[in-house]
Ligand binder design. Structure first.
Ligand code: PMP
Length: 359
């Protein structure tokens, strides 16, 4: 059995068919144990093996050195990371830099203000985030870190390459984790909610350098302390066992394809869709060319009333999940790793067919 729809949702997002099948099997009987994946104990050897494999795969895919970084699997989603970063690393009266590239970046800034001063080093809020802010020319030397969102899920912008910074770099990679090759060693802390490129909702991957952990600025309850979570191997409380298991299957799937192919496919999917948006007179992309995301293609239909008609037209062809975020409208096709080249071809075919019937 397989999903009957072509799904472009922004998250929770499409997962590879093989991952769905293996998860379904494990839900009924985990590894021939006679017990469901949903019931296996988290302090069992079998679950520790899952955690170990997840960690190994993260190091393999990121190229980071296990001597220098910790891999954590936490709950509370992106929003909890918005709070945990300043809680752990921004002292009262201290300053942290933030790049305001969209809704989620803005939310991260709001969270930092509970703990210290958030210095906005670049923002494109006044142009509705249709391009990325400039990379800062100067970094105030007293910044405890610089936070950025590598891919802006709602606005469809993405930093392809991030330059180094003289202060520790913290990145929200929720919507483009392991979608392209990156120099991950530029970052001191990376977080990514699983429900886009890594697995189902319920777990967040955090990669944090040991050097950064040493910069922890205050005592915190264990649940909110990266250090305590690292010391407990992310098993401080009962972890979301099934979400971590499925994330492991996705990481295996990414590793089996290899980052070269993953990136090449993602580039091909995005190029196919953006070139149709450019060619087709019915569609328009509000995002400046140099800032366009490989992961979330945002587009509109300038003629009033056509958007609802195209949504219905696409849906009749089995295409779902392309409605834009409620705050920007229009369309958004999320082209995460599990979305196939042929899925994008089907969307482009629908856009062409709609052009033919529209007057
Ligand atoms: N950061 C980014 C880039 C996101 O796209 C999202 C959610 N779509 C979040 C953070 C928030 O994640 P959560 O809903 O898990 O809090």
């Amino acid at each position: 059995m397989s999903q009957s729809k072509i799904y472009f949702g922004a998250g929770p997002a499409a997962l590879p068919q093989s991952v769905l099948e293996e998860t379904a099997k494990a839900v009924l009987d985990f590894n021939g144990s006679g017990i469901s994946l949903l019931s296996i104990p988290h302090r069992d050897k079998a679950f520790q093996a899952i955690m170990d494999e997840c960690r190994d795969l993260v190091f393999q895919l990121s190229g980071l050195d296990p001597d220098d970084y910790e891999v954590l699997w936490l709950q509370g989603g992106g929003r909890q990371q918005f709070a945990m970063v300043p809680m752990n690393f921004l002292p009262e009266g201290g300053r942290a830099g933030y790049l305001d590239s969209g809704h989620w970046a803005h939310d991260a800034i709001a969270n930092a203000k509970y703990y210290g001063e958030a210095v906005v080093l670049g923002s494109t809020r006044n142009i509705n985030y249709t391009r990325l802010p400039e990379w800062p020319a100067h970094f105030p030397p007293d910044l405890h870190y610089l936070h950025l969102t590598t891919n802006n899920t709602i606005y469809g912008t993405q930093w392809p390459n991030v330059q180094g910074s003289p202060v520790p770099l913290v990145a929200d990679m929720s919507s483009d984790m392991f979608s392209m090759k990156r120099d991950y060693s530029r970052f001191d802390l990376i977080y990514a909610v699983a429900q886009k490129n890594l697995g189902p909702a319920g777990v967040t991957l955090v990669i944090v350098s040991k050097e950064m952990l040493d910069r922890t600025v205050r005592k915190l309850p264990d649940a909110f302390s990266y250090k305590a979570q690292a010391a407990a191997g992310s098993l401080l409380n009962t972890p979301p066992v099934s979400a971590i298991y499925t994330s492991m299957l996705v990481l295996r799937w990414i590793a089996a394809r290899g980052m070269d192919r993953i990136e090449a496919d993602n580039r091909e999917k995005a190029a196919t869709l953006y070139s149709e948006i450019e060619r087709n007179p019915l569609f328009d992309c509000p995002v400046e060319t140099g800032s366009r995301s490989l992961m979330n293609a945002v587009f509109t239909m300038p003629v009033q009333g056509q958007e609802a008609a195209f949504l219905k037209f696409a849906s009749e062809r089995g295409i779902e999940g392309i409605k834009g975020h409620r705050s920007v409208g229009g369309f958004r096709a999320s082209l995460y790793n599990a979305v196939r080249v042929e899925d994008v071809a089907a969307l482009v075919t629908a856009m062409r067919a709609f052009e033919e019937i529209a007057d």
